[in-house]
Design a binder for this molecule. Structure first.
Ligand code: GRF
Length: 216
């Protein structure tokens, strides 16, 4: 058993459930990549529910088109972050979700939410973490003038964009790139590595040492 920075042991109990709960706020292209990977058989998982904190999120239509249950939980209806996160946890538990995937979910999650799914929340971020956490990582990277950019899938901890890194992919930044063209290149990477990383985490042959994610 290994104590790590996330406050949990590295020796995580894995179950056989492969039920995903996907949280979105917007267009849902990463959700679509998961839907496609499940349909193609490259990701052995079931998307049990898609939850959005925004009524008009485009990803809701993608989920409905794929026959996936959708839930809209608007944070504006709750008095506090804790109350909202408690409702989210309840919706996810009701559907026996074993892995929570943040896919453009534009809300900070409370420590209580993170504790409800220890090592069982993933996020995709459009930069090579730990560089450029927070909003619009692609723009931050472009403005900084980096020559290599990329995407990161990480385990979610209470600290923003700081959990153990499961997967990363890189792309060269050309002088002709604009923030939009760079974001488009990074998005291609996201759509590849997120379903792959979900598969790795579901397969369960991994551990965390310190803050290093190690898989067999
Ligand atoms: C992606 O760039 C992702 O990295 C970030 O939010 C964006 C969501 O895009 N966390 P989409 O809704 O999956 O298309």
């Amino acid at each position: 058993m290994v104590e790590n920075e996330t406050g949990h042991t590295g020796d995580v109990a894995h179950d056989d459930s492969r039920r995903l709960g996907v949280l979105i706020s917007g267009r849902g292209s990463n959700l679509q990549a998961m839907i496609n990977a499940v349909a193609a058989g490259s990701l052995d998982a079931e998307i049990a529910v898609v939850i959005s904190n925004k009524q008009g999120a485009g990803g809701l239509d993608r989920a409905r088109a794929a026959g996936i249950e959708t839930v809209v939980l608007e944070h504006t209806s709750y008095v506090s972050r804790e109350a909202y996160d408690g409702a989210l946890v309840a919706e996810l538990r009701r559907r026996e979700v074993s892995l929570v995937c943040l896919a453009g979910f534009m809300r900070l999650l409370s420590a209580n939410f993170v504790r409800a799914f220890p090592h069982r929340i993933l996020n995709i971020h459009p930069s090579l973490l730990p560089s450029f956490p927070g909003l619009r990582g692609q723009d931050q990277a472009w403005r900084h003038g980096v020559k290599v950019a990329g995407a990161t899938v990480h385990i979610v901890t209470p600290e923003l964009d700081a959990g153990p890194i499961v997967a990363q992919a890189t792309v060269a930044v050309e002088q002709t790139d604009t923030p939009d063209s760079l974001a488009a290149k990074i998005l291609v990477l996201e759509h590849r590595i997120y379903p792959e990383a979900i598969g790795v985490v579901l397969d369960g042959s991994w551990r965390i040492e310190g803050r290093r994610f190690l898989s067999d």
